[in-house]
Ligand binder design. Sequence first.
Ligand code: ZN
Length: 210
Amino acid sequence: MRRQAQRMERSGTPQSPVSGTECRKCARIRRLPCRAGLFLRAFFVYYLGMDIITLGNELLRQKAEPVRPIGAEYRKIAEDMIAALHEGKGVGLAGPQVGLMKRIFVVHIDRDVPRVFINPTITMTSQDQVKCEEGCLSIPGMYADVVRPESIQVQAWNERGRPFTLDAEGILARVILHEYDHLEGVLFIDRLSEPKRNKIISKWEKRKKA
Ligand SMILES: [Zn+2]
């Protein structure tokens, strides 16, 4: 998830190495088939670093697979994802956004430590819902108000393979839900009304062509 212009952005524009068109590395990774592809994508991400893919790349629409087992390589993957998150000046980044189709995301909001979630399950959502502006590192420059539960409980494993349960509210809950959606191939624009979604998509396409 991207920091918002006013409330959440540290500064500047998120780095988008792909700039709307797929880079050669992403294209190469995307062409790889199913299970062997998943392994090789993890390999590429591990050794070649991370580029954030953007709207239009079909990987953002696919469901990520569980991490089994949570090997030592996930410490470096999590570290690299946190570095990519900081570079992009975001607050959350999920595996599929860097072409890694595994159930992992990282979150780092202000006045909190970076957090890693592997194989997460949302075990509780509050009935209270709140509306707040969201952006996404995979749709840079686009923002919209999204309604989500105010508080949640999530169970997951960290990068060392240790399970934990976290009760989160406010912005932390929102970022976790946004990143969890990425693991399901869902983007924040899918949670908008159709006219609002179409408006963002056409604005995004115009910007891509510019
Ligand atoms: Zn996002």
